[in-house]
Design a protein around this ligand. Structure first.
Ligand SMILES: Cc1cc2nc3c(=O)[nH]c(=O)nc-3n(C[C@H](O)[C@H](O)[C@H](O)COP(=O)(O)O)c2cc1C
Length: 183
């Protein structure tokens, strides 16, 4: 797909199924992430690719986090099922580096660009994805399990796979409401 066509037509896909990106596609996805804009060349990110048994492990972790946080019984039961919504999840972490000129927000922005690059790379190779966060991205239990420091962030769980439904149609946005020109 041409780059502009991809950018103009991309949509998230909440309904995902196997197969997950194959090894070649996954490597392209990860290489695309490495090209994210990165002030100071800090590479302020880390990616955890979760598949197979790893999805069960992640579900166990979510369940533990739900129990520790005192969530409702319904949420505790649902927690281990969440990672089963895709055959692959890439956990995108903003790995903060203390730097005099590159504040935390820029490093989170950089990791977020990496996440979006991975979504585009997945789409371009015939796969689909959705970026999710929610309670578990902020959970200390989950952050500890990934050995994150206080200022590190889980910027998202990229659920990836093959589309299990037609692309979600999106109405065009009223662009003029969000854009002004100084010229
Ligand atoms: C930082 C971030 C967190 C998000 N978290 C969730 C989430 O937890 N659950 C969800 O359904 N969508 C979440 N979304 C939105 C979806 O990824 C997606 O953008 C949305 O469904 C709109 O679809 P589109 O990307 O095709 O416009 C999040 C998006 C971003 C950028």
């Amino acid at each position: 797909m041409q780059t502009l066509e991809l950018l103009l037509s991309r949509s998230s896909q909440p309904r995902l199924q196997s197969p997950a990106p194959n090894e070649e596609a996954l490597q392209n996805i990860l290489h695309a992430a490495m090209r994210a804009p990165d002030h100071g060349n800090l590479t302020p990110w880390k990616f955890i690719v979760v598949e197979g048994e790893g999805l069960i492990r992640l579900g166990d972790l979510f369940e533990q986090a739900a129990i520790d946080a005192g969530l409702s019984e319904k949420e505790v039961i649902r927690a281990p099922q969440l990672p089963q919504r895709a055959p692959m999840i890439i956990v995108v972490v903003a790995n903060y580096h203390d730097h005099p000129k590159v504040p935390w927000i820029e490093q989170v922005a950089s990791a977020s660009c990496a996440a979006y690059a991975m979504q585009l790379a997945a789409d371009d190779q015939g796969y689909a994805s959705i970026w999710r966060t929610g309670f578990f991205s902020q959970s200390p239990v989950v952050k500890n399990a990934f050995s994150l420091a206080d200022q590190d962030e889980i910027v998202g769980f990229l659920y990836m796979g093959s589309p299990a439904a037609d692309p979600v149609s999106k109405p065009a946005r009223a662009m003029h409401e969000f854009v002004e020109y100084w010229r």
